[in-house]
Design a protein around this ligand. Structure first.
Ligand SMILES: [Zn+2]
Length: 72
């Protein structure tokens, strides 16, 4: 199964916008909306995170228990 990855923040928290009618994708983490999305296998995603470094590994870990109250 392929994962949909946000090209902006590399989150896996991406789904089809408007139920897929628009053909665009929506990132629930950064709010990105667009037709361009990264699609890769779980293994490739892990590899990408490794090549991106600790910051992105941290992001993906943080995704697992996200705090609903955003600090901003
Ligand atoms: Zn994003």
């Amino acid at each position: 199964m392929k994962l949909l990855i946000c090209p902006m923040c590399y989150s896996k928290n991406v789904e089809l916008d408007s139920g897929g009618v628009s053909g665009k994708y929506f990132c629930k983490d950064c709010g990105y909306v667009g037709s361009f999305i990264l699609e890769m296998s779980e293994g490739d995603y892990e590899e990408m995170l490794k090549s991106k470094g600790e910051d992105f590994k941290f992001r993906s870990e943080r995704d697992k228990d996200r705090n609903p109250t955003k600090k901003h």
